[in-house]
Design a protein around this ligand. Sequence first.
Ligand SMILES: *Cc1c(COP(=O)(O)O)cnc(C)c1O
Length: 483
Amino acid sequence: MDDRTLIYEKSVAGRRGYTAGGTVKSELDLLAAIPNRFRRTTDADLPEVTEGEVMRHFIALSVKNHHIDKGFYPLGSCTMKYNPKLNDAAASFTDFKEHHPLAPCSSAPGILRLMHDLSAYLGEISGFPHVSLQPVAGAQGEFTGLLMVRAYHEFKGNKRTKVIIPDSAHGTNPASVSSVGFTTVQIKSNERGVISPESVAEVMDESVAGMMMTNPNTLGIFETHIKEIAEIVHAKGGLMYMDGANLNANMGIFRPGDVGFDMMHFNLHKTLSTPHGGGGPGGGAVGITEELEKFLPFPVLEKSDDGQLFFNYERSHSIGRVHTYYGNFANMVRAYAYIKTLGGRGLKRASENAVLNANYLKAILSDDYELPYQVHCMHEFVLSGSRQKKAGVKTVDIAKRLLDFGVHPPTVYFPLIVSEAIMIEPTETESRETLDGFIEIMQQIAKEAQENPEIVTSAPHNTPVRRLDETGAARNLDVCYKG
Ligand SMILES: *Cc1c(COP(=O)(O)O)cnc(C)c1O
């Protein structure tokens, strides 16, 4: 086998990677335009390889990493489902890709129409009359929503400084709260994993701007007291924010706008057909009630009297801009294509299957792993590796061992309220066979933890690299080739 992993190591003097002859005239013109002082005086030390070798090199690299097109990826809270390639193809249409974001609105009626219709669909799914597509991440959606909360209170002359957040919320919530200049009041979820109205009533007063609720929460549990809690918060003048990043448990089943929430954000890059987790461009659309409409970030996509769509920048109460242009358009195209192909019933089926798959895994895996909250879950659930820890196998070891079987590990050590947490989100796109395969692997690892813990604690054994110094890699990043 060829174990030269770097393209430089494959280089052989005189090999060429292209077959076209000569240099085209336009390239020569371009070269002539480069001033002498910027030109190289020696040849670049580039690898000399054939086209075929380059192809094999990059394909080999691409399968060294785990990815969703290669295998199961049950990373809790991230919805790493299979996303149809058709939607990606739509996002790559030349007329979409090459349209300049500063071109006049009159040159892009189709693009504006797509944005307009997508907002309307998201509004229908969530129960909110207005949706801004501008934020580009879930966390930025939170930030945008909280800026509107602040603007709302300032407009009313209220002095508010705090936001209530349960201990089962996503970690970005308190971070967004401090970014906006509020402070967090943390409350505890109860023994059933949800927030009880009493714990909200205890801390709710006229210094509180509002409450953020992750729903389903990070335990994968649906919050069952929303209406009562919303009444408590509203009675003292606060606003209710729903972190709806994990909407794939709710589509077609539950509309946050109908039960007392004043705003929410979506993660287009989880639920609606763009992969999450690569740190790539996202879509954190925000839905709001009529009352908050005047605070929307500008530009706001509006319809003129003669029915033309345009971007309105003249909004005196607006919180301002939160991103360049109007967000990440390719995410919007994928979301639009996804909603159009599935339709209302399809979206509901997607949510039903996400919940079914999670409950199926939970029911069987809870034989071998501790299940801290014995309730039905939504699209994900949280196990604890505490039983295995008694045998000397930590959750991180279980995660590393999964890599040997070609499975991406679940989210681990989150949420913080479960010790040795293992947060599993199978998603709706996995087959029964894949789920059963994962169950067998998890059962085998549980058995190994009792009978042969060493094999788990020394894992992974089959990956291109073993255990990494992850902190060191991040702190002392070195991406240069030194031949
Ligand atoms: C993923 C997630 C977020 C943050 O979304 P980003 O796009 O990563 O900023 C917020 N809340 C919940 C519940 C999430 O799952």
